[in-house]
Design a binder for this molecule. Structure first.
Ligand code: FMN
Length: 179
């Protein structure tokens, strides 16, 4: 699969099977994350690879405790098995202080999602899990990921084999200005 095909084929998977990701594919996903560019090559991002089912469930539970009614309804409508839709592998991206961390994390996120696509895997970017890392949450999950004091959660990605998947979203060509 070439890069453009991966970009066009990718869509958010919200129904993963419990089939595990092969160890050699896990390494390729990590390589895609580490190969991603960062502003002034700061490389401030930290990548927590999680396959421990209990830990995945704990992050999901801690997040659910803090979801508002609308988000809870949305997850119910999606028939979500948990916050990560039953994915066997979660990559949490965090950062030690850096001006462009959010931008860097976004780029790394898409690199990982496209690498997953090429490997025949599916992915879903999950921002909602930030609620389980909020410091005002007395049960926050930061120690579980050995986060440094000044390290901040940015985004997570659920990865695995799709049990079912939806079509990619429609392209909004009217959002483009040409000069
Ligand atoms: C920064 C970011 C955060 C997201 N957070 C969530 C989330 O918490 N849960 C979820 O199911 N999807 C999440 N998504 C997926 C979007 O809902 C999805 O990309 C969008 O609906 C377009 O669908 P597509 O990815 O299938 O093209 C997130 C996407 C991005 C870019």
């Amino acid at each position: 699969m070439n890069c453009l095909d991966a970009i066009r084929k990718r869509s958010s998977c919200r129904d993963f099977s419990d089939k595990k990701v092969l160890p050699e594919d896990v390494e390729k996903l990590l390589e895609a994350a580490l190969a991603s560019p960062t502003a002034i090559n700061a490389q401030s991002l930290r990548f927590s690879l999680i396959t421990d089912e209990d830990l995945i469930q704990q992050i999901s539970d801690r997040t659910y405790e803090r979801l508002d009614q609308a988000a809870l309804e949305r997850m119910k409508e999606r028939g979500a098995k948990n916050l990560f839709y039953g994915a066997p592998l979660i990559l949490v991206i965090s950062s030690v202080p850096s001006r462009y961390a959010a931008m860097d994390a976004g780029i790394a996120t898409q690199s990982v999602c496209l690498a997953a696509e090429q490997l025949g895997l599916s992915s879903c970017i999950v921002g909602m899990s930030r609620r389980s890392f909020e410091e005002d949450n007395p049960d926050h999950m930061r120690p579980a990921l050995q986060m440094e004091e000044d390290e901040r959660y940015l985004i997570s990605i659920a990865i695995g084999y799709a049990q079912s998947r939806k079509e990619p979203h429609e392209l909004s060509w009217d959002h483009v200005r040409r000069f």
